[in-house]
Design a protein around this ligand. Structure first.
Ligand SMILES: Nc1ncnc2c1ncn2[C@@H]1O[C@H](COP(=O)(O)OP(=O)(O)OP(=O)(O)O)[C@@H](O)[C@H]1O
Length: 694
């Protein structure tokens, strides 16, 4: 069926369309230059008829999916046939539309079910939930072949709902989740008042309800991150969103993991799986492989470690080529505990040498990059290159020994579990709905890979990752932690969510003013709000000479009276532990005095604190600035002493009321000097001249 302009008319029409034909549910337009085909699905079904001086015209509106609507006019048509032709076209279109509507009615229940999946979805709609729904919806639409305009006329409400979620899903998801969160906040308001020892504040409540695929709660010291973690586990169970056994809580150290378990038990929540990363990895290996997995005694027992290393070194030093390499190194650089003056074989047992070697072996084993990449990264640093040549064979020998024993150390354990989980995470990961991680700032690339393997894979609903941490308190780089995994959370998980807690309950505003400013001197630390719940006008951080420790202690004991008072002494190393500690503990029974290293103080709190020996070369600790260790630990464009700054921040934020910083009056460290020279609210009994000296 076709209507064409006469030859004469075509001559007048020139470049425009001069013919229209109907061809199996599509319109075919012809002009001198081209033939254009328009399926019924993009035509609005209307033929607009108009009359020129001599001939008739037909105009059509078509709406292609990928372009704006377009008007097509056919000119020069014989007027006496135009109406009849237009009517026939409309009849064909109506017949086609009728068939489409019948088809729609057949699939309408399926489409309603699709809409109800989202409408009836209870809980937080995660980004992956929406993506999975959108993929499914596309499949249904393609399979059913239902056209939007057909659905839009047959069931406008259904059309609006489904296309809204398909085309504007993220905005719809956010609006829906905000409404859900507000409802939950109201419904659980009284429960949030009583779940922890103090009512949760607003930002803590909102944090408890975070439930996307990848969530990070980032907050400063004492802001209640651990409290939120505990409250969230309880909320998930109380609101029947999951069973306790489907929650996995991971911590880095055994102590932290046990504390989590204790706190949950105290709250009456039993059955949540609390574990260290290592214990979890061991369990995963055992269950997935069905075989026994053991930690090698070499990885845990100092004596076994020492014997193995002594034997390995003795055997290798006895080889002239190896001895030559080591001696060549010693001619230029020193190695702790090793002298070029004595035969190396005789020194294989040296404790200092072995400590140095184990440290480098461990660092190398933690690297996620290949041996070639490591080599390339230290190129030009002669000392590091030479050390690498010494240490790499030791690592090789150590890994071979582990293999021979069919056992793991702490590094290989995590790697093996990750490998198994990546292949078979569906079944194993399906047992969990929620993976929670405390102290996320301490995560290493290897542990993060384990988490990703656990939360990844194709499955119905992958577990959500809920991490709490504080990039300001990242102090374990030497153990393989990488703070950029926290500061770069959103690059790793582009659709992740980060929330903050804005109030610290541990320390007053004076300690806060010192600590928060001190840590943010480093521009690479994320800036975040942290107000103290307790405002105070009187300065609470004091710079003192080291010989004043006893007099401050005495005053403190006097002012404490009968009130049980805790005092935390901190030093950079174990060597900073005061010799008189035992004496003081006996002398001042009203004070509960303990000593920890600054690293050991993480997570602790006390009424008062002393930071001891903040001396030049001690705190911040001197870094060698060269060699393999420093090359492997270096971070591009990092502020000098960045890691030590975070460590000092941790120490500063342990006390509730007051913190004394003690330094050698002749050589206070740059941190003590900075507290005086910067605009920090501190008092000082140190010489101004010494503090001001650069
Ligand atoms: N909403 C609150 N009201 C009053 N006190 C609170 C509140 N939330 C937490 N706390 C108290 O604040 C202190 C610090 O809490 P918590 O140990 O959970 O903080 P954190 O952020 O994990 O600290 P850190 O990072 O230093 O380990 C605890 O004594 C806790 O009981």
């Amino acid at each position: 069926m076709k209507l064409t302009a006469s030859n004469l008319a075509q001559w007048f029409v020139q470049g425009d369309h001069y013919s229209i034909a109907l061809d199996d549910n599509q319109l075919v337009f012809e002009s001198k230059q081209m033939t254009q085909t328009v399926p019924f699905s993009i035509w609005d079904g209307q033929c607009r008829v108009s009359r020129g001086l001599v001939w008739g015209r037909l105009t059509f509106i078509v709406s292609p999916a990928d372009r704006p609507a377009q008007k097509i006019t056919v000119y020069g048509l014989p007027w006496n046939h135009v109406h009849e032709f237009a009517e026939t076209l409309s009849e064909h279109y109506q017949a086609w539309l009728g068939k489409q509507q019948n088809k729609f009615m057949l699939v309408e229940p399926e489409l309603i079910a699709l809409r109800d999946e989202l409408r009836d979805f209870s809980g937080f709609l995660r980004v992956e939930d929406l993506k999975a729904w959108q993929v499914k919806a596309q499949e249904v639409f393609e399979r059913c072949g239902v056209l939007p305009q057909v659905m839009a006329t047959a069931n406008p409400a259904l059309y609006q709902s489904l296309y809204g979620w398909l085309q504007n899903g993220e905005a719809q998801r956010n609006a829906r989740n905000t409404a859900w969160r507000d409802e939950e906040l109201a419904r659980w308001s009284t429960w949030f008042d009583g779940v922890e020892s103090s009512p949760l504040n607003d930002s803590q409540r909102q944090a408890v309800l975070m439930d996307d695929n990848h969530n990070l709660l980032l907050a400063g010291a004492g802001s209640g991150k651990t409290s939120v973690l505990m409250a969230r586990a309880q909320y998930l169970v109380a609101s029947q969103q999951t069973e306790p056994s489907r929650i996995l809580m991971l911590a880095f150290g055994k102590k932290a993991s046990e504390e989590m378990a204790e706190r949950l038990a105290k709250a009456g929540l039993n059955g949540v799986e609390t574990s260290t990363f290592h214990a979890f990895a061991l369990k995963a290996i055992k269950e997935i492989s069905g075989q026994d997995a053991n930690i090698a005694p070499m990885a845990t027992d100092e004596e076994t470690k020492h014997s193995w290393m002594t034997l390995w070194l003795a055997e290798n030093f006895a080889q002239p080529a190896v001895e030559k390499r080591w001696l060549k190194h010693l001619a230029q650089w020193s190695i702790p505990g090793l002298s070029a003056e004595r035969p190396l074989v005789e020194q294989a047992h040296e404790a200092k040498l072995q400590r140095w070697l184990w440290r480098l072996v461990d660092l190398l084993a933690q690297q996620s990059q290949s041996a070639t990449a490591i080599k390339a990264s230290i190129k030009g640093d002669e000392k590091a290159e030479s050390e690498l040549a010494l240490v790499q064979p030791v690592l090789k020998g150590y890994l071979a020994a582990l293999k021979a024993q069919k056992a793991y150390d702490f590094n290989s354990l995590i790697k093996e579990a990750t490998k198994l989980l990546s292949k078979k995470s569906e079944a194993f990961g399906a047992r969990y709905d929620h993976i929670m991680v405390d102290e996320y700032q301490d995560i290493s690339p290897a542990r993060l890979a384990l988490l990703e393997a656990l939360c990844g894979g194709k499955r119905n609903r992958a577990p959500s990752l809920f991490a709490v941490g504080d990039d300001w308190q990242a102090i374990y780089r030497f153990a393989g932690s990488d703070v950029s995994l926290t500061t770069g959370f959103m690059s790793r998980f582009p659709s992740g969510v980060i929330r903050y807690l804005d109030t610290t309950y541990r320390f007053n505003s004076q300690i806060g003013a010192v600590a928060n400013t001190f840590i943010q001197v480093d521009p690479q630390q994320l800036s975040k709000p942290l107000d103290s719940a307790r405002e105070q006008k009187k300065k609470a951080v004091h710079l003192m000479p080291s010989d004043a420790v006893e007099s401050v202690l005495e005053k403190l004991a006097k002012s404490a009276g009968d009130k049980p008072t805790s005092l935390l002494l901190m030093g950079r190393n174990n060597a900073n532990k005061p010799e008189s500690l035992g004496e003081w503990q006996n002398q001042y029974p009203n004070l509960s005095i303990s000593y920890v290293t600054a690293h050991g103080s993480k997570g602790l709190e006390a009424d008062y604190s002393f930071i001891l020996d903040v001396d030049d070369g001690t705190f911040p600790a001197k870094s060698s600035g060269e060699g393999l260790e420093s090359a492997l630990l270096s971070v591009a464009d990092e502020l000098e002493h960045a890691e030590e700054r975070r460590l000092f921040y941790v120490a500063l934020t342990r006390a509730r009321h007051e913190c004394w910083v003690f330094s050698d009056p002749e050589k206070p460290s740059i941190f003590a000097k900075e507290l005086w020279q910067g605009s920090y609210p501190v008092t000082s009994k140190l010489s101004k001249k010494v503090l001001q000296a650069v």
